[in-house]
Design a protein around this ligand. Sequence first.
Ligand code: MN
Length: 521
Amino acid sequence: MGDLLEVYRRKRDFTRTPEPAGATGWSPDGRRFVVQRHRARRLHYDLRFEVDGVLVSWAVPKGPTLDPTVRRLAMHVEDHPVEYLHFEGVIPEGEYGGGDVIVWDTGTWEPVKADDPHAAIEGGELHAEVHGEKLHGRLVLVRRGGDEGADPWMLLHKRDQYAVEGWDPEEHPRSVLSGRTNDEVKADPDRMWRSDVPAAEASVSLLPESLPDEAIDELEALGTQGTWEVFGRRLKVTNLDKVLFPGDPPVTKRELLAYAARIAPVALPYLEGRPLNLHRYPDGADRKGFWHKQRPRHAPSWLGSWDNPEADRGETTTYVVADEPAALVWTANFGALEWHPWTSRAEAPHAPTYALIDLDPGERTSWADLMALARLHRTALDHRGVTARAKVTGRRGIQIWVPIAEGYSFDETRGWVERLSRTVGQVVPELVSWKWEVKERKGLARLDYTQNAINKTLVAPYSPRPAAGAPVSVPIAWDELDDPDLRPDRWTIRTVLDRLAKRGDPFRALLGTAQRLPEIT
Ligand code: MN
């Protein structure tokens, strides 16, 4: 299977489990079609029509278009199994088609001027009315006749009500399923296609395995304390019925532990390999909390740790590093209601891996004002071609995380974020204060670039926050900044898992993205 597979296997080691693709087959809405943007040896678009239980396929180097004035070469290639219909992910190097694939468009189609599409294809001419998200209207495929072994066809779009002259598929590069680009999928794929096994098993999940329900049942069955076996570790858990968050009903420590275990496979990629500062509230969110950075002596031996070689006298010498899902459950049992990973990794503590933009509302900043600031940052980043994502903090704020390539210092990321935010601030000076002292800000928002420093942290994605109802800091898709129902504390530990099931994790696009920051002057 080649080196790539081995890399993924290592990367997902503790949780990786192959799982068959969801059942695909007969569709009640008629015949389906798909266009996959596939970067193999060369970029091409695979146009596939569902016909009698297989995907009849053409590889279109320049991609299908709505432009009725152009004719595109379309190489007729072998039929693909229907299981491949909505495949999006990677194909290992060295395999047939090795590279990355996104579902560039999909929908339904019907043959025109032919009752039997198989016969039409045999005859060398297929007219297809397609109903996709990008492609609409009449596509025509005509066999050109070619050399031995090759089967070139010509693809065109009829001049109908859907035709758009000058329409270029490369200007619409994102997946219609995930909203991700090929680069983003390649950086952190959800699935891998194995062509060496039967089609029903070929789409293999690369996502971490979720916690089995039985593990939660075992936690429920414990008294006020006991030993909980979770993610292969035996953890002593205590004070399980203690109320940690006010709410209706209040949130107990048992519920927090269950949340930590359920969210751990999702949250871990943002924590692993990094020193972790814990914000502890052992007596609950309505009592005063405190920072706890020193890894306690009583911590289990398997819990990851990092010794800071630069620690001065009186400073933290040994930090917790959450390198496996059970570690997050341990922090929750330890009374940590917030997880704050360093922006750098333990192996290179002076090297940030993200540039962080912290939109910090003042007393007079309305939610609408904060959204306006976030949208301006979105525009500024998008304009410069920077990959980034926002998250709500679970309290009042919004943060934007920008993944970066190796080689930056904190001085550089801090300077870059400051220049970006000052550019944005110039657009809406009435909303922003650059004053250091809170009372001098006159209630205005602060665009805080100063957190880009060693051992300064923002709250982790999916961390709970110490407030009533146990709100959570939740990554959002960019278009959610236009959602009138968005709120900074919209999701809690009771609701965020449902959201994840429906919307996925928008921050996954950041994992593995290594980008240079464009100059801002
Ligand atoms: Mn292909």
